[in-house]
Write a protein that binds this ligand. Structure first.
Ligand code: GLP
Length: 242
């Protein structure tokens, strides 16, 4: 079932998502979080860091798996998702870095990185709560339009639109990598609870198609409709086309 929650702003959405993550920790101290990158989940990570500190939560056994990684950026590049996760999640939340995973974007190893990543997720017991942002073209992780609903972690080519959308994080548009390793839609759908967040009017068409549109590989985020427990957290502008 897809539940839509409209919140007053991104900070309120972040707090709501953080509470859902903590609820998973209540039932399983070794819960596994699915991490999204980009600007959307930042308020979630801020709220989580705050609540974990305030409530003195023990997160020493919490595991985490990022959705995706660019292929070909040096791991210590500030825009690699490995750097993002260390900077925005592992450090501020106080997670054990040994339990935090990001797909291997090294060009030499990317081809086999997918299978290894799937095995690691399985070995950790699967993802309990998966945070998701959404691309303006409806991508989840880096599953661009045309991705199979059954897909697993693999190398994908980024679309021009996504490279343009993400160019704001880089010095020049040409610096945005051409390829990525991303969990598949099938991988994402195996998580026990999906939390899809979107803020701002630019996401309104993508959210409407994800929640109310037909199930179609042309709009990868429509896959959330197949999930038995999906929560969509949006502000008024992102909900404006629903
Ligand atoms: C990026 C990421 C996605 C993210 C999306 C939206 O390319 N790979 O996981 O959800 O695009 O990004 P933002 O939240 O910055 O709008």
């Amino acid at each position: 079932m897809t539940e839509v929650v409209i919140v007053s702003d991104a900070a309120a959405g972040g707090e709501l998502a953080a509470r859902a993550v903590l609820a998973a920790l209540d039932t399983r101290p070794d819960a596994v979080l699915g991490l999204a990158t980009g600007s959307t989940p930042l308020p979630v990570y801020r709220a989580l860091a705050e609540l974990i500190g305030r409530e003195r939560r023990d997160v020493s056994r919490v595991g985490a798996f990022a959705l995706d990684e660019y292929v070909g950026l040096p791991a210590d590049h500030p825009q690699s998702y490995r750097s993002y996760v260390a900077r925005e999640v592992t450090g501020p939340l106080g997670l054990d870095p040994r339990l935090v995973h990001v797909p291997d974007g090294d060009p030499e190893r990317a081809r086999t990185a997918g299978e290894e990543y799937e095995r690691a997720i399985e070995a950790a017991g699967g993802v309990d709560v998966q945070l998701l942002g959404i691309g303006t073209d409806g991508h989840l992780g880096f599953n661009e339009p045309g991705s199979s609903f059954a897909s697993r972690t693999r190398v994908k080519t980024l679309t021009e639109r996504t490279r343009r959308d993400n160019a704001r994080f880089f010095t020049t548009p040409d610096e945005v990598p051409l390829h990525c390793v991303t969990q598949g839609l099938g991988t994402i759908l195996r998580a026990r609870h999906l939390l899809l967040l979107a803020f701002g009017a630019s996401k309104a068409p993508a959210i409407a198609a994800a929640v109310e549109g037909p199930l179609t590989a042309s709009h990868p985020a429509s896959a959330v409709q197949l999930h038995p427990h999906a929560t969509v957290i949006v502000d008024e502008p992102a909900a404006s086309r629903l």
